[in-house]
Design a protein around this ligand. Sequence first.
Ligand code: G1P
Length: 314
Amino acid sequence: MNLQNPKLTEAPHRKVTKAIIPAAGLGTRFLPATKAMPKEMLTVVNKPIIQYALEEAYEAGIREFIIITGRGKAAMENHFDYPYELADTLQKKGKLAELESVTNILPKDARLYYTRQGEPLGLGHAVHCGHVITGDDPFVVILPDDILCRSNGNDLKAMIELYERTGQSVVLAEEVPLERTVNYGICDPSGPIVNGSMPIKGFVEKPKPEDAPSRCAIVGRYVLSARHRQYLANAKPGKGNEIQLTDAMAQVAATEGFQAYLQQNTRFDCGDKVGFQMANLYFAMQDPYIAPRLMPFLQETAAKFERRKEPREG
Ligand code: G1P
């Protein structure tokens, strides 16, 4: 902290190196699988969902991860911890690739912090629980249910660069069909798309199609200025009687301005059974052991179910 010039701590162009990862949700859509296991630990091929989020964020320059947990979520902490007994056994057996996969999940300069949300008061409240660590720094929010591919570059990295260049908060956005605005926070744009992003003057949480200011939906990545902390500290419950992150964002948009960065990669919503299965198939098809074995099975299975749909003769 610079005590000589306190204004410096509020400078908007600070480097973004901290991420808050809300992971306290109950995962009711995956019961009974999530009865005794956090939904973030469900596996996509051979890695838990949350590991994808941390790898993507590390690549984007994040070095401090604040994971907001809740009751029954200890498996997440164990997953990122150093597994002494397992490492010793794998070492003795000479299973070095496996050893690497469990001991070096993230490079050594990544720091992980865990804090509990306590009460389910909404996404805005979960994020505010992380401010004890982000302090007056700008920060990223990652909703780990969304797995983002990186074949077309790292969208989060591009968002951080946009923030560091302009000093304006940035949210990842995707165009959705009008009937789906009720599932998302929706952007209220104030200008056209230029170089993949557009200025936003407000946000509305889950509006009915007739009330939606656009079809531009907020998806699980945010780069937020320190100002959000102040608004979240004083936030009142909004939609669904929960403290909404979008309400604080709307206040920031009205004062500091805001940008929506349009997603350049495929996104899988792993909080949903369909998106979760798609993610598994998509990543499995990139694995040189699985792909040649899975492909014929997928084709046969698709053909079989296609035949079942055909009307019977006679
Ligand atoms: C949350 C946010 C919403 C955002 C969505 C993205 O809603 O409140 O603004 O569009 O995440 O997944 P949730 O999906 O937790 O209901």
